[in-house]
Every structure is written in C-alpha cells, then in structure tokens.
Design a protein around this ligand. Structure first.
Ligand SMILES: *[C@@H]1O[C@H](CO)[C@@H](O)[C@H](O)[C@H]1NC(C)=O
Ligand SMILES: *[C@@H]1O[C@H](CO)[C@@H](O)[C@H](O)[C@H]1NC(C)=O
Length: 988
C-alpha cells in the first residue's frame, strides 16, 4: 500500500513537466475548465449559461485568474448544485491556489491528479457526496493551508504521507466514514495547524502524541470515534487550546493533576462518554475562560471541586454518571453565571447545602435553569427549596433517588413559575402534598412516586392545567381521587397505583381527553368503572387491577381505539365479556383474570392480531380460549408487519422519549448517555408526544399511498394522514438510505421539543426503529407560502395577509432566538418552510438543519452548510458561520420575496443583479415597478375604502421594503435583531 502510493506520487510529479512542455500557455487551463464543465450535470445551468466561448475564461463565474499571465488561480462554487464528479483534468490547472466547491452535490472519487497542484493553498470540498479513499497524492500539496473534506462519504484511512503537509492550518475530515488509526507522526511537521476536526468517523487507535508539538492548536475535536487508550498528557498543557472535545470514544486514564494541567484559553472541555478516571483536575482553576465543562458518563472519582465556583464564565457543569463522592460544595452557590448543573448519578452525600446561612447563597444562582442532583445519596430535609425559589428562571428540579426526608414545605409553591419539571421520586419524603403545589401553574411533570407521602391528594391540583404527567404511585395516599382532577385537561400520564385510595373513580376523569396512560392499580377503589373512562380515545394503557371495582364491562368499548394494554384483573367485575372487545385492533395485552366474569368467551377475540398476552383465568367463563397471536396469513396482507416488528417500533418510540428527554438535560456540544433506569420520561412535552403505533400510521396514510403524498425530497417523503380519532396529521417518513436524513431527524426532534410556540409546527409524535423513522407533525391544510406565491390556481394573498404571515414568522424567530436558554437557529428559512394552517396563521417548519447556540455564543461554525441558495446569508454560505444574523438575512429575503413575488433564484438575477439589489435600485420611488402587481390592485380596486388608502398602502409598503433591506444587509453586524423587527412590523 505504502509503496504503491509513493510510486504514484513519483508518476504524478513527472506529469506536469510533460504537460508544460507540450503547452506552455493558458490553453491548458481552458481545456481543464472545459473538462470540468463536461463532467457536471449542472441542473440550474449556472455553468452552462455562463462558461461560453465568447468570453475569456477569466470572466467566467466561479473562476479567478492571476492578473499578469491570466492563469486560473481559483475555482469556487458555494451551495450551487453542480452534480457530477470532479474531472481529473483539474490537476492541470498548475497555477490553482484555491479550489473551493462547498455543498455542490458532487459525487465520485477525489482525483489523485489533484496532487499535482503544488500551488494549492485551499482544498475545501465539504458537504458533497464524494466517496472512495482520500488520495495520498494530496500529501504533495506542501503549500496547502486549508484541507476541508468534511461531510462526505470518504472511507479508508487517513494517509500517513499527510505528515508532509507542513503549511497546514486547518485539517477537517469530520463526518465521513474514515477508519483505521490516525498516523502517530501525523503532526510532527505541521507547526501552523490550529484546527483539527476529525469527529464523527470510525477512527481507532490512540490519539497521536505528535499533536503536542502544535503550539498554535486552538481546537481539537475528535468526538464520536472509536479512539482508545489515554490522552497524551501534554495535551493538557497546550497554551492556545480553546476547545477540547473528545466525547464518545473509549478513552481512558486519569487527567493530569495541577502542574501538568494548564489550558489558559480553554472555553469548552467536553470529555463525556469515555472511561476517564481519577479526580477532576484541580488545574481547571486556571481556566478562567471556561464556559462548558462536560465530564459526564466516565469513571471520575473524588469530590466535586469547589474551584468550579471561581470560574467567572462557567455556564454549564455536567458531571453526571461518574463515581464522585463527598458533598456538593457550598461555594458553588456563589456561581452566578451557571445555567445548568448536573451532578446526577454519582455517590454524593450530605445535605444541600449543609445548615446555616448558605441557604441564602443558593439563591444567588439567579440564572440557573436546570438542576439535576438525582440518584445520589444526598440526605436531609428539603429546606433548600426555599433558596431555589429565588432562581426565577428555574425550569427543572430533579432530586429523585436520594435519601431526602421530611415534608414537602408549603413554600414549594413559591418556586419559579417557569418551573416545568419537579421530580422528587424515590426519596423518603413524608407528610402530605401541600396544596400550594398548584401555584406552579406551568408545571408539566410532577413526580413524587416512591416516597412515604400520606393524606389526601389536594383538590387544588385541578388548577394545574398545564400538567402532562402526574406520578404519585407507591406512597400511602388515602381518601378519594378528587373530582377536581378533571381540571388537568392536558394530562397524558396518570400514575396513582399502590396507594390507599378509596371510593369510586370520579366520573369526571373521563374529561382527561389527552390521557394515554392511566394506572390506578393496587388501591381500594370501589364501585363501578365510570362509563366516561371507556370514551378516552387516546388511552393506550389502562391498569385498574387489584382494586375492589364491581359491575359489568360496558357492551361497547370501541371508542378505546388506541388501547394496547388493559389490565382489570383482581377486581369483582361480573357479567359477560363484551363482543366489542374484539374491535380493539391495537390491543397487545388483555388481563381480565381473577374477577367474577361469566358466560362464553367471544370467538371474535381471534380477530385481535396483535394480542400476545391474554389472561382470562379465575373467572366463570367457558368455551374455547382463542389461539392468541397472529394467524399465519397475516404477514401477507400489506396492512400489518410481524408482531416483533411492531413491538420494536413501540419500544423504540418509548426509547425515543427517554433519549430525547436526556437531550433536553444536556445543553452542550456532546450529549451524554443516561442510564436506562429513569423512572419517568423527563423533560418531554408529553402532550406533544402522543405515542402512535406503526400500524396506526399505516392505516392513517392508507399504507403510505401516493394519493396521500404531500411532498418529497432527499430527506424522504411527507404524507397526509388521518388518525383513528379522525384528526389530520402530516407524516414525514425519512429516507433511511440517506444518513444525513437520519441526523436531521434527531436535530428536528430536538429542536421541536425545545421550542413550543404558536407559530412553529408542532411535533405530535415520532415513530422510530432501526429501519423506519417518521416524524408526525401537525397538518397544515393551507400548504406552504411557496404554494400561495407561485401556484397558478388563482389564489392570492392580500397585502394584510402578507404582513400577517411575516409577523407570525417574525414572532416565531424571535421566540427561537431570544426566549430559550439556548437560542435555536433555524438556518433554512424560505417560503417552502412556512406553512399555513386553516386560519392562515403561519407556522415555521423543517428544523432538519437547525442549530443550538450554547451559553454566550453568538455564532456557531458549521462544518457543512446545507442551507438553501438564495436565502442563505453570504457569511453563512462562504464560511459556514451561522448566527442569529444569518437567520435575519433569510427573513429579509423572504420579506422581499413575499411582496415582489420574485424568487431570489429567479433566472433574471444573474451576475451582480440580485433580488435585493433589484429592489433597492427601485427603492423608494419606483417600488411599484418591483412589487407584486396584485397587491397594488388590492389597494385600488377596493371601492369601499377611502381613496387615501392607496397612499397608506404605499407608505406601509415603503416601510416594509426598508425593513427587508435592513434585514438583508451584507454585513451581519449591521442587521437588525428579530426583537426590533417584531416591534417595527407591529407598528406597520
Ligand atoms: C491566454 O494568454 C494570452 C497571452 O499570454 C492572452 O492573450 C489570452 O487572452 C489568454 N487567454 C485567455 C482565455 O485568457
Ligand atoms: C458570467 O458570470 C460573471 C460573474 O457573475 C459575469 O460577470 C459575466 O458577465 C457572466 N457572463 C456571461 C456570458 O453571462
């Protein structure tokens, strides 16, 4: 292998001389460019229409030349679909110094001939579908400064000859399929290297020691590989290092101690999901710029160092799932910049904070949004809740699985009204549930399961009308289930099992129309089951076992269309089994044992093809027990997959909830894996997470029939569907062949779960397993803004509707940018992604490439920039730098587009003329030449309006176009913020 490579290099070194002898002029360049053009499909005709024989190639789009000799020095296309492979003749462009083809849909191998371009400084080809191995001939490019092949499909090893690239400054091969070891000597002769990003590959072996020679190294990112062994200790002594991210590998060993740990510039230290051990390094005290510390899911021991309290910029501390002991340092309560603290799943002990005046301090963490101290050995009473009530931005308190004792204090009701999750399950809390809990009006999840709570369930609970999960099982609660529970109209999960509850189940519980899980087993509930319960259309699991319920089963249970498991065993139910049970097509488990049921077992139960677990024993039934499970012919029908498949899907859906739950907990670059024993799906908006089984999706979309197809793209297809409860949904089924589709699925899930706003498309559920992934979204009957602007079916938007739509969009972006702990960048705003509901309210969709901004960051560098040509801000397109400002730019372009009805990619915009320039040339006096003529008619033809309306319209139009031009200014720093846009638009 090595020998053949060297031979090839020799061969290639000889060829340019031969070429130079034959044609010592620029005709070689012309031939090379024409060969390049000939291999492209160029679907938009951008090259075909411009690279014509009538002009010198130096004026061709994408080509730059040297002044004197007119030789090609640069070839650059960004975000233009060129489609095709790279012609080997490019290797003849002997003066080429920049070859930049970013996001241009190129396929095929990287020609070895590029190794002859000895003047090349930038080889930047990210976000294509290039494949094959990386040619070792590139090692001849000794002047190469930027090598960026990120997000392609390259395989094989990194050529060890690359150690000759001694001018290299940036080395990015992230997100390919590279395997093998990183050559140990790789970095011995690359003294200028400042960025190494080799994450998301399958690289093995050790981290090369030669990295320590790189005195300019700023970013070392090797996350998500299969690297093993210890980190070379001197890495922790690199004075320029700003980001060290090696999470999700098999790295091990301790981190060096005080003297050998000196990283003064460090901002991000992310080592999660490895096997690092030993203490948390004290040297961190010198990292005064540190913002994120993520050491979660390792084997770190020792204590949580109090020095973390002295780092002035720290916003996130993630130490979850290690073997840390000792107390939570009280000094930490002085840490005012902290947004998230996660020390869960360790062996921490003691009280929080130990006695005395420290209570006051905990309230200094004014920005704190999430505190996870669950699954430790912490003890003492819950007084610290008083201090936490000063943290007015607190969203999550998770203190489950400790040894906390005492009562829930009544002042628990004074906690932040932003609180969404309060989890204190599996502790040793006594006393009753304070009625003040109902003050937490935004609470989504309340878990107090597995304590020693007694007394009644407070009736005030009915006021918590945002509550989605209520978990009070395994306590000693007594009295009745209060009638007021019907106020919890958004409740999805209700767990009250294993208590001492008595009396009938209130019939008002039939109002809980969103309920999916109801478990009231092991109580002393009596009387008949209220009829209203049999009308809960979304109920998937109903467990009323081990009570004293009496009466008959209702004749008609067919409204329970979603039910998959029903356990009514261990009661005193009588009468016969209703035939209608056989209509519950989704049911997998049915347990009616140990009752007083009588009569014949209905034969029709054999219709239940998914029924795997049927228990009718200890009754007075007779007749034949149906052979459970699937009849052999079932596999042939296109309606049903095998049961294993189904179980896999449902299970995967549950897993998806658990996984996405942990996403919410982790703010950082690398999410940490959490142990599987979390008792409740934390941090999820349960309501927006209705479980829908695969076979219901099949039914809803008529087996994904083409008649239901709403659209398709490289990501997959979107179908319209109608669920069993008759509501409409949109099902986005991802193309599993495309790996990036699967990534965008995760991104979209995460973004949509974080963000809830009336102008964002709501995610209803997901369905996911190894070979099927779908997002179930709110259905938008009025289609996309794109349809409204360009379909020639006569529909038109009025001026006011257009303003309304853009205000909706502005409010959604404002929310994404400014109202979450982490700002969400959409990165792909365009008319196709703006959907309209039945009332013409706009909803932003398609978060497949959205990004999160962490902490104080104002921008994020993407290794790939898959936005859309025309809408993408220039700086995002050329450098991959996404920021709030780049979303604003896209917004500005859409604002221009909606009032001009001209796409930024319209063929009329060639050369220097862009949509923005075209409009700005007409601004302000000739706007009527550029705006959509139907708006102007809008003002004139409406005879009912006074004549001055037209000029009012005109004035408003001027303000809007001005706003659009301000949003789409080329310099990102000069663009407006979305807050200001909303204010201005509202005035208009
Ligand atoms: C090639 O170079 C010659 C002079 O060396 C110049 O006259 C000619 O215009 C160049 N051709 C192109 C296509 O630039
Ligand atoms: C090709 O594009 C360049 C740059 O946009 C422009 O200057 C030139 O006039 C175009 N040439 C033709 C023939 O369209």
């Amino acid at each position: 292998m090595a020998i053949s490579c060297i031979r090839m290099a020799l061969f290639i070194l000889l060829t340019p001389c031969a070429a130079a002898l034959a044609t010592p002029s620029n005709t070689t360049d012309l031939a090379a460019l024409l060969a390049f053009k000939a291999q492209l499909k160029d679907p938009l005709g951008i090259v075909a229409g411009n690279w014509t024989a009538t002009t010198s190639f130096c004026s061709w789009i994408g080509v730059s030349c040297s002044h004197g000799r007119q030789r090609v020095t640069g070839l650059q296309f960004n975000h233009v679909p060129l489609e095709g492979s790279i012609a080997p003749q490019l290797g003849n462009l002997s003066f080429l110094s920049n070859l930049v083809l970013r996001n241009t849909s190129l396929v095929g191998p990287l020609p070895t001939e590029l190794g002859t371009l000895h003047r090349l400084r930038s080889l930047v080809l990210p976000n294509n579908s290039l494949s094959g191995t990386i040619p070792c001939t590139l090692a001849n490019l000794t002047r190469l400064e930027l090598l960026d092949l990120a997000s392609n499909n390259f395989i094989g090893a990194i050529p060890y000859e690359f150690q000759n690239l001694h001018s290299l400054q940036m080395f990015q091969l992230v997100d390919n399929d590279l395997s093998g070891e990183i050559p140990q000597d790789m970095f011995n002769n690359t003294p200028s290297l400042s960025i190494i990003h080799l994450g998301s590959n399958r690289l093995t072996g050790r981290i090369p020691r030669s990295i320590i020679t790189l005195s300019n190294l700023e970013k070392l990112v090797l996350q998500k590989n299969l690297l093993s062994g210890p980190m070379p200790p001197p890495i922790f002594n690199m004075s320029q290092l700003q980001a060290l991210a090696v999470g999700r590998n098999n790295l091990s060993g301790p981190i060096p101690g005080n003297e050998s740990f000196h990283l003064p510039m460090l901002q991000v230290l992310a080592l999660p999901e490895n096997q690092f051990n030993g203490p948390i390094p004290l040297g961190l005290s010198a990292c005064q710029n540190l913002e994120t510390l993520n050491l979660a899911v390792n084997n770190f021991t020792g204590t949580v160092p109090s020095l973390l309290a002295t780092l002035p910029n720290l916003t996130a501390i993630y130490l979850s799932t290690n073997d840390l002991t000792g107390k939570i340092p009280t000094e930490l309560s002085n840490q005012t910049t902290l947004l998230g603290l996660d020390v869960s799943e360790n062996n921490l002990e003691g009280e929080i904070p130990p006695e005395l005046g420290n209570l006051r301090n905990l309230g200094n963490m004014l920005n704190l949004s999430e505190i996870f101290i669950n699954y430790n050995q912490l003890s003492g009473k819950l007084h610290f809740l008083a201090a936490l009530s000063k943290c007015r931005r607190l969203n999550t308190i998770h203190i489950s699985g400790n040894k906390f004792t005492g009562r829930l204090p009544p002042y628990m009701g004074n906690l932040s009204t932003m609180l969404e999750i309060f989890a204190a399950g599996n502790d040793m809390i006594t006393g009753s549930i304070p009625s003040t809990v109902a003050n937490l009006s935004n609470l989504l999840i309340l878990s107090l399961r597995g304590n020693n709570l007694s007394g009644k369930i407070p009736t005030t609970i009915g006021a918590m009308d945002n509550l989605q999960g209520l978990y009070l099982s395994y306590n000693s609660l007594s009295g009745n289930i209060p009638e007021e529970i019907s106020g919890l109209t958004k409740l999805v999960e209700l767990y009250l099992g294993a208590n001492k509850l008595t009396d009938p189940i209130p019939s008002s519980s039939g109002n809980l129309s969103q309920l999916q899980f109801m478990a009231l087993s092991q109580n002393s509930l009596s009387s008949t089951i209220p009829t209203s319960l049999w009308h809960l259309q979304k109920l998937m699991v109903l467990d009323l076992s081990q009570n004293s319920l009496t009466g008959f089963l209702p004749a008609d249970v067919t409204k329970l269309t979603a039910i998959t498991a029903m356990d009514l065993s261990g009661n005193k139910l009588s009468g016969s089994i209703p035939d209608s049970l056989s209509k519950l097509l989704n049911i997998e488990k049915l347990d009616l044992s140990s009752n007083a049921l009588s009569g014949v077992i209905p034969k029709a139960l054999t219709n239940l093809t998914y029924l795997a677990n049927l228990n009718l024993s200890f009754n007075r039934l007779y007749g034949q027990i149906p052979e459970g499970g699937i009849a052999p012919c079932q596999n042939k029908t296109n309606h049903s997959r095998s049961k294993q498949q189904l179980l896999k899907v449902t299970l995967a859906a549950v897993m998806a909830i658990l996984i996405s739950a942990s996403c919410l907990c982790m703010l950082v670059i690398i999410t940490t894996r959490r142990k599987g024993n979390i008792p409740l799906p934390l941090g999820t908006n349960l309501l927006s997470y209705q479980l829908i089984s695969y076979h219901e999706l099949v039914r809803a979309t008529r087996n994904f029939s083409d008649d239901n197809l709403l659209g398709s793209g490289s990501f997959g297809k979107v179908f319209k569907g109608q669920l069993d409860d008759e509501s409409f949904i949109a099902v986005k089924v991802l193309n599993m062949q495309d790996e990036s589709a699967s990534k965008s699925f995760d991104t979209e899930c995460r973004a949509l779960q974080m963000a809830r706003h009336r102008n964002l498309v709501k995610i209803i559920s997901t369905c996911s397993n190894l070979d099927f992934k779908a997002l179930i979204l709110e259905y938008m009957p009025n289609g996309s803004l794109n349809d409204w602007l360009y379909s020639n079916d006569g529909r038109q938007l009025s001026f006011v509707q257009r303003v309304g739509i853009m205000l909706d969009v502005a409010m959604a972006i404002e929310y994404l940018h400014h109202q979450n702990i982490e700002a969400v960048l959409h990165c792909d705003l365009k008319p196709r992604n703006i959907l309209l509901d039945k009332d013409m309210i706009a909803h932003i969709s398609d978060f497949g490439i959205s990004k999160l901004l962490v902490g104080h960051d104002n921008s994020i560098m993407l290794t790939s920039t898959p936005g859309t040509v025309g809408y993408m801000a220039p700086e995002f397109g050329s450098t991959g730098k996404a920021s709030r400002a780049s979303d604003i730019y896209s917004y500005g372009i859409v604002l221009l587009e909606i009032f001009t009805r001209k796409r930024p990619t319209d063929p009329m915009f060639v050369g220097e003329l862009s949509l923005r320039r075209w409009v700005s040339q007409a601004f302000p006096h000739e706007l009527s030449n550029v705006v959509d003529s139907s708006i102007l008619q809008d003002g004139i033809e409406d005879a009912s309006r006074p004549p001055e309306n037209f000029s009012i319209l005109n004035i408003n139009l001027i303000s809007i176009i001005e706003l659009a031009l301000l949003c789409s200014i080329v310099v990102p720093e000069e663009r407006m913020t979305m807050n200001d846009v909303v204010v201005k638009l509202n005035k208009i």
